[in-house]
Design a protein around this ligand. Structure first.
Ligand code: ADP
Ligand code: MG
Length: 321
């Protein structure tokens, strides 16, 4: 059995390749240099076993996801991720679990150029808190509050995959095993849309990451911006596995954990935005329009009001009012 310090040294202490990390793991606090002309975007999220991920989730995925959800918040602000701290509460110091967790966490950190600069390690029921900081040039942060009537509403990637993955994992739906594994991957190893967030700087009028479901998260933009919107549910981007579900559109509207970016963009900037995202191989779909009239209106492709196909989907959707 290793001491807390041996555990930190072994699994979490890495040399930082970032010049702005003056002092990382090992002292009483990290010393970090914010570049001139940049603002610091700071966010924190806690993941509790059995609440934010199923108990049976593998350690690599938990490591990946606990960082990914924070990087997704930075992406939604248009911030370039730089530093993270990790507060880890563990029932026991299980070496296999720690090996998997630190691998999942540090691999994503490296892929995104992020350094782990400190943290805290305690004993108790499994819970992971990650705090992430990133840079955004003065005045260029993407907020929830800038959407204006006439703006297009767009979303990256596809929606509903993680929700379908969870339903499959819980045995609520049957899918061919390969398909089930693929959508479960979206649930367990979300890809934070960091490059998309950077591409949207200076173009999007408002942005949010879709963590609680498209309808719920869109409402946050609408409320913060003091506007309303109409969304064409037939335009929602769906992957093949989601498209073939009888309640595909409800999955896309109401299920969470997709970590795509939802944003508003003025008509004059729409073409350039789509081109910038496509240049990076990122899919981007226009799903609706911002309007002055408050509230969220859902329509079919022909403009008629949308009625959910299943009562369950409808209830879930209403919850987010
Ligand atoms: P203190 O008692 O000053 O809070 P700790 O014993 O909690 O110090 O931590 C020692 C060092 O290890 C600190 O630099 C802290 O930031 C770092 N640290 C602790 N836990 C972790 C972790 N899970 N990941 C990364 N760094 C950690
Ligand atoms: Mg401490």
């Amino acid at each position: 059995m290793h001491s807390e310090f041996e555990l930190i040294d072994r699994w979490f202490k890495r040399m930082s390749s970032r010049a702005d990390v003056l002092l990382g793991v090992g002292d009483d606090a990290a010393l970090l240099q914010v570049p001139p002309g940049q603002q610091l975007a700071v966010t924190v999220d806690t993941l509790v076993a059995g609440v934010h991920f199923p108990h049976e989730t593998d350690a690599v995925s938990i490591g990946h996801k606990s960082l990914a959800v924070n990087l997704s918040d930075l992406a939604a602000m248009g911030a370039e991720p730089a530093w993270v701290t990790l507060a880890l509460t563990l029932p026991q110091a299980d070496e296999d679990w720690l090996a998997g967790f630190s691998h999942g966490f540090l691999e994503l950190a490296e892929a995104c150029g992020v350094s782990l600069v400190g943290g805290d390690t305690t004993r108790g029921p499994l819970s992971i808190t990650v705090q992430a900081s990133g840079f955004v040039p003065d005045g260029l942060a993407l907020r929830r509050s800038g959407a204006r009537p006439g703006d297009a509403l767009c979303v990256t990637g596809s929606l509903g995959d993680a929700g379908l993955g969870l339903a499959w994992l819980l045995g609520e739906r049957t899918l061919p095993p390969k398909v089930g594994q693929a959508v479960r991957e979206r649930l367990d190893r979300p890809a934070p849309r960091v490059a998309a967030g950077l591409a949207l700087r200076g173009l999007a009028s408002a942005a949010i990451d879709v963590s609680d479901g498209l309808a719920a998260d869109l409402r946050h933009i609408l409320q913060a911006s003091g506007v309303g919107a109409t969304v064409d549910v037939d335009a929602l981007p769906l992957s093949e596995p989601v498209r073939t579900q009888s309640d595909a559109r409800e999955l896309a509207l109401a299920s969470g954990d997709d970590y795509e970016l939802l944003f508003a963009v003025a008509p004059a900037d729409e073409q350039e935005t789509v081109a910038r995202l496509q240049a990076q191989g990122l899919r981007c779909t226009r799903i609706g329009r911002v309007e002055a009239d408050p509230g969220l209106r859902l329509t079919n492709a022909d403009g008629s009001p949308y009625a959910a196909a299943t009562p369950r989907g409808y209830d879930h959707f209403q919850e987010s009012d």
